[in-house]
Design a binder for this molecule. Structure first.
Ligand SMILES: NC(=O)C1=CN([C@@H]2O[C@H](COP(=O)(O)OP(=O)(O)OC[C@H]3O[C@@H](n4cnc5c(N)ncnc54)[C@H](OP(=O)(O)O)[C@@H]3O)[C@@H](O)[C@H]2O)C=CC1
Ligand SMILES: O=C1CO[C@H](CO)[C@@H](O)[C@@H]1O
Length: 282
């Protein structure tokens, strides 16, 4: 395989390159906590930051990017339209608010956060308009299952560039990944550490010992070798560094295959939100 680095990218279906590795910011508190995490990450070489209107920290993300001294065009910035703002006009307004908070005139990727019943099609039309206006270099979706993607693809000329979904060795969504690959949609793995809930799994700790790495690094490397984009979240300097230190080793084909058997449909998202079964997303 190619030698990957912290700044390696994947070319999306519209030609825009997305860094394979980024910093998540859900539950990074507004204020210094988010600001510092983003500043440290950028100093360490991260070039992809994932936020959302929901997270309430866009202003701190924007401030950290502005203060970093790194040219805006070298940073890949992702945000998302929240469920309450879905609909055509309200999505356009939500993007304007996000741009204001982020102190930028474009985002690199704008995502529909969840496939809200009854509204998602109108919301997608707004995403297409946002893309045409150049206010997002790419647009995509999040938490879409095969059913949601089939519905969208049957009714649009613009294929979403990415689908951001929960994905970890304990939630290996093989069929959805294959569907996305087939249709040229990049998959971004969220909660790739299963929110630290499975880092003591004995299979993971044994694998970590074998490679002289931490359990978090093994889980992230597995996702990377599946050609996923990964966006682990941390607000601690040492973990921001640890999570990014996965470019100096490679899991063998045998160990990848072994990890592929660990799936236990382990969702961190609550059942009432589970996109595969909750009536909320019908
Ligand atoms: N589109 C969507 O609906 C969703 C998108 N996301 C995005 O994906 C990102 C990542 O997912 P997230 O749900 O945050 O979960 P992650 O799997 O990234 O886990 C984050 C948790 O793990 C801890 N942690 C981070 N690194 C380590 C480490 N090396 N060792 C031990 N513990 C560690 C963090 O704590 P600490 O900060 O204290 O280090 C935090 O509690 C989000 O932040 C968000 O940007 C997430 C959920 C849904
Ligand atoms: O991005 C998100 C972070 O996690 C939340 C729930 O735990 C999700 O609802 C949301 O999509």
């Amino acid at each position: 395989m190619d030698t990957l680095t912290l700044q390696s990218t994947i070319r999306m279906n519209n030609g825009v390159e997305i860094p394979r590795f980024g910093l998540g910011t859900f539950q990074s508190k507004a204020g210094e906590e988010t600001y510092n995490a983003v500043r440290w990450a950028l100093e360490m070489g991260y070039r992809h930051i994932d936020t959302a209107a929901l997270y309430g920290n866009e202003e701190d993300v924007g401030r950290a990017i502005a203060d970093s001294g790194i040219p805006r065009e070298e940073i890949f910035l992702v945000t998302k339209v929240w469920n309450d703002d879905q609909g055509y006009e309200s999505t356009l307004r939500a993007l304007e608010a996000s741009l204001r908070h982020l102190k930028t005139d474009y985002v690199d990727l704008y995502l529909i956060h969840w496939p809200v019943k009854g509204l998602r099609h109108e919301t997608w039309k707004a995403m297409v308009e946002i893309y045409k206006q150049g206010k997002a270099r790419a647009v995509g979706v999040s938490n879409y299952t095969i059913r949601h993607l089939e519905e969208l693809l049957s009714n649009t000329e613009l294929v979403p560039a990415a689908n951001q979904i929960e994905f970890s060795p304990f939630l290996y969504r093989k069929a959805l990944l294959e569907y996305c690959v087939q249709h040229g949609i990049v998959v971004e793995a969220y909660s790739p550490l299963a929110r630290a809930q499975k880092l003591e799994d004995p299979r993971l700790t044994a694998m970590a010992q074998k490679y002289g790495k931490t359990p978090a690094q093994i889980a992230l490397r597995w996702a990377l070798q599946h050609d996923l984009v990964v966006i682990p979240k941390s607000v601690r300097k040492e973990r921001i560094l640890e999570n990014a230190s996965i470019f100096d080793f490679e899991l063998s084909a045998e160990d990848m295959a072994e990890m592929d058997t660990w799936n236990e449909d382990y969702w961190t998202i609550s059942e009432s939100y589970n996109p595969e079964c909750s009536p909320r997303w019908e």
